[in-house]
Design a protein around this ligand. Structure first.
Ligand code: OAD
Length: 249
């Protein structure tokens, strides 16, 4: 149960802020039916090994298995709908142009489908493809992921390069422009709202301490403890789809 006084104080802080940044994680989309990674029973990493399914090494070892796993997750994302939390954030942002920047670790497109004006995607886009060996195909202009030969995964008919999902895997760098924009948003905001992340994955987890050091109020929305609770001025123990409409509605 979220403390009503804490909720009211955060509502006021959000209204007064010229810039608000929001960092979302898998818990943001949990109530849309997309599984999280680290929740004990339902999290993907409690059932699957990320070394096998979310690393370049794992993909090279068994491309068909990894491709099929992502195909299933893509189906789940396409079937899912934005929840009341995505809707509340997007409506708040649309009503206050230029004040809200949403930074997400999520590879789904639910913020975008809810109509969120600015979304910075730190971990890529599960619905998009790219070449496994980017450099190899850049030198061959006719190689084009959209026209790759069908297969699991599809591959370039000329050079054999494989198509992979355009997500960030373990051991890979985050897209530099997205990380820079996220760090700017965290450093410039007066309030950082951190929704539904375990805070276990860096550099995204570091945005909370960056915002706090830069003078922002840090507010966490999460029904459970997270690794970055100590960075927060306020922790609201509720879910995204119930707490965000109460905060922003
Ligand atoms: P995690 O699975 O690590 O954490 C999910 C968090 O959401 C937990 O803290 C839960 O308590 C919380 N949670 C669960 N249900 C919720 C709800 N309904 N409302 C609000 N919070 C809820 O997910 P992330 O922190 O996003 O990387 O994981 C970070 C990264 O690790 C992911 O982006 C992914 C993964 O490996 C990539 O895809 C590159």
């Amino acid at each position: 149960m979220v403390d009503p006084q804490a909720l009211a104080a955060v509502r006021r802080a959000l209204e007064e802020a010229q810039r608000v940044a929001v960092l979302t994680g898998a818990g943001m989309s949990a109530e849309s039916g997309i599984p999280t990674f680290r929740d004990a029973l339902t999290g993907l990493w409690s059932r699957f090994d990320p070394e096998d399914l979310a690393s370049e090494q794992g993909f090279r070892a068994d491309p068909a298995r990894v491709w099929d796993w992502y195909a299933q997750r893509r189906d789940g994302v396409r079937r899912a709908r934005p929840n009341a939390g995505h809707e509340a954030l997007a409506a708040w942002g649309r009503a206050r142009p230029g004040r809200l920047c949403v930074v997400t670790q999520n590879v789904d497109d639910l913020h975008q489908r809810a109509g969120q004006p600015e979304v910075v995607r730190l971990h890529g886009d599960i619905l998009a493809d790219r070449w496994l060996d980017g450099a190899a195909c850049r030198e061959r202009p006719r190689c084009d992921a959209a026209s790759a030969a069908a297969g699991r995964p599809p591959r370039c008919a000329q050079c054999g390069n494989l198509v992979r999902p355009a997500v960030v895997w373990f051991g890979e760098m985050l897209p530099a422009a997205a990380l820079q924009r996220a760090q700017e948003a965290a450093a410039e905001c007066q309030v950082l709202l951190v929704v539904g992340t375990s805070g276990a994955v860096w550099p995204a987890a570091g945005l909370a301490s960056l915002a706090r050091r830069s003078g922002a109020r840090v507010v966490i929305v999460n029904p459970h403890e997270s690794e970055i609770d100590a960075e927060a001025h306020v922790v609201l123990r509720g879910t995204a789809a119930t707490t965000l409409p109460a905060l922003l509605g």
